[in-house]
Design a protein around this ligand. Structure first.
Ligand code: GAP
Length: 453
């Protein structure tokens, strides 16, 4: 058995592995990149798709009263006026008068608050982290909405915004979904999609980015259900992370937002923090948004979005419990949690022990030689497996078998199948299991059954 070293992966190691093995590349890398934007490579896109599928299955397919939605990224700007984002989606910012660098004031102060007076006090005499001079401005608010123009004329009347969260268009579709699905309260709407935030200081790899993807669910309830449903969705989040994604409980903890920390729409908020390489940080938020959203949309749109409860004969504006997590952050948590270094015969083996459901490649077919007769059989095994499963399977016949195993371990492939000259005689292959490295001879016609995931 390999000896596993308990290590916490550093950010540099994670970034380097993600690039070397084709998970994440810097966007526009050949032009020097663009801060806060990243591209997912061949294994990154598989991991991300598997994460999204796992969440969609648990959230939509397994909850009969939750329905999916895929709305436009650009909406009528009145939506963001009503939601409070145009006025309040802000972070505190300080500029350095000497070098021009901009910093998040709360990050610099080391305190989760948006109270400008408190921040000004804490930052008094603080040097700029970039140039070291004590020339920071007073903190001020900065709006994070990304602007664009719709149509040929670029003026105030054509300004629109890239959505800062996927939730906004769930609220505006509340009545459409309720009516078309003939739902009664409580019910939910889930959406996975891109969102954009002009973050002051994007950082920590894919942790804080400007183009992100969110998995969000809004659960519409009567006012008296707030406490119970808030607890239910907190529990869902914890169970999903520990049981479905398989993250170690030691790497997770709860964080309750204080009054200064909560978003402008939330009456209560609990985050699950994950132990990222840079420390425990927010991964997934559960928020009690009360009737804030629908009340604002009723006021701004003039549409009646209230709900009449046939059973109690009461009319009310639905309250909302929100469950919201970033796909990229989840991917970073999965990679951090799965990263292992092991001593094997005096050498270090890097292995990603990703849950098999999430693994980007499920099986690698590795012929021991490029000789035509072996390639032919190996191609047949590959095709047969592709046709009889829905797994992403890789075929690789370049380099030594040791190097190919190493590569698959670093990608997190649970099964490597080697095909040797004996396979031509006995119609069997060797299956190597990623975590135990145990090898087992398996008949080709029993292979799909043996590696059932
Ligand atoms: N609709 C509620 C909402 O958007 P949020 O706490 O601002 O709440 C929810 O974001 C989740 O989206 C976070 O817990 C995080 O996982 C992810 N997220 C937010 N901002 C992000 C950013 N700049 N980069 C990467 N992920 C981000």
């Amino acid at each position: 058995m390999p000896h596993t070293k308990k290590i916490t992966v550093t950010l540099e190691t994670l970034v380097s592995l993600a690039k070397r093995r084709g998970f994440v590349f810097q966007a526009s890398e050949i032009y020097g990149g663009l801060a806060g934007f990243w591209d997912y490579g061949p294994y990154g896109v598989e991991l991300v798709n598997n994460i999204k599928q796992l969440w969609w299955r648990a959230m939509v397919y397994e909850q009969p009263e939750i329905y999916g939605l895929d709305s436009a990224i650009v909406q009528n700007p009145k939506l963001w006026k009503a939601s409070g984002h145009i006025d309040s989606f802000t972070d505190p910012l300080v500029d350095c008068k000497s070098c021009g660098a901009r910093h998040r004031a709360d990050h610099l102060a080391g305190l989760d608050t948006s109270d400008l007076k408190e921040l000004a006090l804490l930052l008094k005499d603080k040097p700029c982290p970039k140039c070291g001079k004590k020339t920071l401005t007073e903190p001020r608010f900065y709006n994070m909405m990304m602007k664009t123009w719709v149509g040929p004329v670029e003026d105030e009347s054509s300004v629109a915004y890239l959505r800062p969260e996927t939730a906004g268009s769930i609220f505006t579709n509340y009545d459409n979904v309720r009516e078309t699905t003939r739902s009664k309260i409580p019910f939910g709407i889930a959406q996975i999609g891109k969102a954009f935030r002009n973050e002051i200081s994007p950082r920590d790899f894919i942790f804080r980015v400007r183009e992100l993807e969110q998995m969000e669910m809004q659960y519409f309830i009567s006012p008296d259900m707030q406490k119970q449903q808030y607890e239910r969705w907190r529990e869902f989040c914890w169970d999903f992370l520990t049981e479905r994604v398989g993250l170690a409980k030691d790497n997770l903890k709860w964080h309750e937002h204080g009054p200064d920390e909560r978003a402008h729409y939330a009456a209560a908020a609990h985050d699950v923090y994950f132990n990222f390489p840079q420390g425990f940080k927010e991964l997934w938020g559960t928020h009690n948004r009360t009737d804030f959203d629908l009340k604002n949309h009723i006021r701004e749109s003039g549409k009646d979005l209230s709900y009449f409860d046939e059973a109690t004969k009461e009319r009310y504006v639905p309250n909302i419990i929100e469950s919201s997590v970033g796909v990229g952050r989840m991917m970073m948590a999965v990679l951090t949690d799965a990263y292992n270094e092991e001593e094997v015969n005096g050498e270090t083996r890097v292995v990603l022990k990703i849950d098999v459901k999430l693994a980007p490649v499920k099986v690698a077919i590795l012929p021991l030689s490029k000789k035509p007769e072996l390639s032919k059989l190996s191609r047949e095994v590959y095709t047969k497996l592709v046709q009889s499963t829905n797994y992403n399977i890789e075929y690789d016949e370049t380099q030594s078998i040791g190097k190919r195993y190493r590569r698959q371990d670093e990608i997190g492939t649970p099964y490597c199948v080697t095909i040797d000259f004996e396979s031509l005689e006995d119609n069997a292959v060797t299956v190597r299991e990623r975590d135990s490295m145990k090898q087992q001879r398996v008949k080709i016609d029993k292979l799909a059954e043996y590696i059932k995931i």
